[in-house]
Design a binder for this molecule. Structure first.
Ligand code: KMH
Ligand code: ZN
Length: 279
């Protein structure tokens, strides 16, 4: 039997400016419209960063709560809030993201150079995120920017136990300047390291920028899942800007069907990831 493909859309991120990328969804209305379009063409999870009235990244709790509610009311997508935020966000604000009550949240497994910046993820901070998510029944997606982050994950699970829901799912974020490259060889290295994680661990992968398609193809061929979206990719093909997140999801869904691993529904994704079924 073939394994269907979980497609996560990461529509906004914290790095691109609305002025440079007008198609980036930055208002709540734009985000909800994007989410609906992406669900219609094959997404089952949405990885959410939000913006303020000036389209700047924010972790404002009121806005996060309103975002979770609006996405819940308008889609069946699994809502995964980013606890990574922007590189400038303080740890306390990143931890407070969990107070918005998402079904899932990201949990990055180590510090990484991030272009000219540093994306800080101290061990004690990771432990705090993990244990708070366990207590609140929020299912983590463990973000892996470099090979050693998988070893850190193994250590986390050994010392502090399994995540809420009992299932381990990682997302390989490949091709960040400062992290692992977006290549098949790097993905294979991750596959080797993942053999030490609990049986049944699943992974998705995303390639930043021009590594999008090589990473997508490598992940599909290795039995992995996919993340796509304008957080990671702004050029559809050489000289052609991405028009919408749905365009990227539709392309990923097409590749998944070609691989005879069609997109899974949000209900199937909840069952895979250990997220409770939607009421
Ligand atoms: N914006 C990056 C600094 C996450 O969402 O958890 C971090 C990031 C990871 O995007
Ligand atoms: Zn993110």
């Amino acid at each position: 039997m073939t394994t269907p493909t979980l497609i996560t859309v990461a529509p906004t991120g914290a790095e691109s400016a609305k002025a440079d990328v007008p198609a980036l969804p930055t208002t709540l209305d734009e985000l909800v419209a994007t989410a609906k379009e992406c669900e219609a063409v094959g997404a089952s999870v949405i990885h959410v960063h939000i913006r303020d009235d000036e389209a700047q990244p924010t972790l404002d709790l009121g806005r996060l709560r309103a975002t979770v509610q609006a996405l819940q009311e308008n889609t069946d997508l699994i809502i995964q809030l980013s606890t990574g935020g922007a590189v400038t966000d303080p740890e306390a604000d990143r931890l407070a993201v969990l107070d918005a009550g998402p079904e899932m949240a990201s949990c990055t497994m180590g510090t990484v150079n991030f272009g000219d910046d540093v994306f800080m993820n101290r061990w004690e901070f990771i432990v705090e995120l993990h244990t708070r998510m366990q207590e609140r029944g929020i299912v983590p997606e463990f973000e892996i920017f470099d090979l050693g982050h998988l070893t850190a994950l193994q250590r986390l699970l050994d010392k502090y136990g399994p995540p809420a829901g009992g299932h381990v799912h990682v997302d390989l974020v490949m091709g960040v300047p400062g992290g692992m490259p977006g290549t098949t060889a790097a993905l294979v290295a991750c596959l080797h390291a993942m053999r030490d994680l609990p049986e049944g661990t699943t992974f998705s992968a995303t390639g930043i920028g021009r590594s999008t398609i090589p990473v997508l193809l490598a992940s599909l061929s290795a039995g992995g899942h996919l993340r796509v979206g304008m957080e990671d990719t702004l050029t559809y093909e050489r000289g052609k800007p991405v028009e919408s997140n749905a365009q990227l999801v539709a392309r990923a869904a097409g590749f998944a069907r070609l691989a005879q691993r069609p997109p899974m529904s949000p209900a199937e994704a909840r069952s895979l990831l250990g997220v409770p079924a939607k009421a």
